[in-house]
Design a protein around this ligand. Sequence first.
Ligand code: NAD
Length: 516
Amino acid sequence: MPSEFKNEPFTDFSDPKNAKAMTDALAKVSSELGKEYDLIIGGKHKKTQDRIRSINPAQPDQVVGLSGKATSEDAEEAIEVATETFKTWSRVDPRERAEYLFKAAALMRKRKHEFSAWMVYEVGKSWAEADGDTAEAIDFLEFYGREMIRYADEQPLTKIPTEKNELRYIPLGVGAVIPPWNFPVAIMVGMTSAAFVSGNTVLLKPSSDAPVVAAKFMEILEEVGLPPGVVNYVPGSGAQVGDYIVQHPQTRFIAFTGSKEVGLHINQEAARPREGQIWIKRTILEMGGKDSIIVDKDCDFDAAITGVWTSAFGFQGQKCSACSRVIIHNDIYDKFVKRLVDETARIAQGATHTAPDVYMGAVINESACEKILDYIETGKTEGELVHGGMRAAGDGYFIQPTIFTEVQPDAKISLEEIFGPVLACIRAKDIDDAFRIANNTEYGLTGSIYSTNRDNLERAGKEFHVGNLYYNRKCTGALVGVHPFGGFNMSGTDSKAGGRDYLFLFTQPKSISEQI
Ligand code: NAD
């Protein structure tokens, strides 16, 4: 039996030994930039005519790697291979399947800083953010491995004298795993490993903004000896290869994390049965957020300030859990906003691959940059710009941390997901008003409340409708096993990654009875 699950510790980069290890990893990765990564179908590497060019958002002329770009023919081949492989993989003992995850976790732990360094280059994470992402991926492998063993155990059933009864969680079939670029290791590894440890076979279609780190994970799966065809690596355009695999009659389920728009599109496509399809496809959809922090008049003021700016501007606000609206009690609104602006002005920003101490890097790509700047223009008509509001210095896609005050609860920048470093400060008349505002979006992912009033915390527990609610701490940074993660309403299908219900979503329970 494996030991009890424990979260992977984060790295303290203020320790010179750790800082040196990360600098070395960045140097190693830098010497490997620009390489090519093939598709992997049935264990065979396959070159493609077109390639996806993955670039460093802090220095867009720097190519991180060139991945293969699958066509629908490649996707078809991968589905056939995955369908064939399912016949054998689904029969492998669940404990044996779990072993692959434990081995992968051990290898990833050895290459921890290297994985983080790839993310620094490929998606512009700061060192600490990248380290958290890698640690979370290791956690998912360790957690879901243990979970598979638990699901494979005898399940509690009501006993009757005339029968011997048993309930088994069996796999579903071929799954499409479609992760986003913003947690390109953690979410990609989490969804993929949950799918295959449950006995399914997988087509992994990473984001076109982060195909290289996914190829690095494939190296790990090859090294641990995962049988060919269990996980097939098919990067490609969402609209082409994504749609193809979602619509395919042999696809049994889709595990997706990304935007509301794409999630709803997948849901619709998956709902329509295609010729030859003999099941209802299951969709596990984790989508966007518009997350609020409520700051009550009685609270630990300093803690609330830190909680808000770290939640709003960590990884440039590009987390589904990022605080993009802070709802402040009228009595402390002016004082809070002033201090928030002062603290935000101290945030260091720059290219995270060359400057270790910067808190904020670049946003993911040019179109994200333009979209965020458009929202900032809208914000100027909806509130008062009190900080930032422009591109920041540098060749890459840098946007200043931006704060708007006096934003109305129903303003566009208060309701729509911006997915960048833009924070709306909203004035609440009182705590009733604060709860009303907090629930006025179509999303329901994360939220926090800073208050020293116990009654108001208890009320939040009942009234603040989000999947992950925090009292007196930031609204980002969920830990596997500790804070099972996932949202309500348009934030997804109410699933909880890193929780005990998660593997259930990748299985179907079969009841077997024998007359005795
Ligand atoms: P996105 O929706 O643009 O893309 C996500 C994935 O879907 C990518 O791999 C993309 O290639 C693929 N895709 C695009 N069109 C497709 C199609 N027609 N068919 C199949 N696949 C298709 O999202 P993104 O920009 O990569 O990620 C950011 C979004 O993800 C934000 O909205 C964020 O809130 C959300 N997110 C949610 C969670 C969560 O747990 N709820 C976690 C992280 C990110």
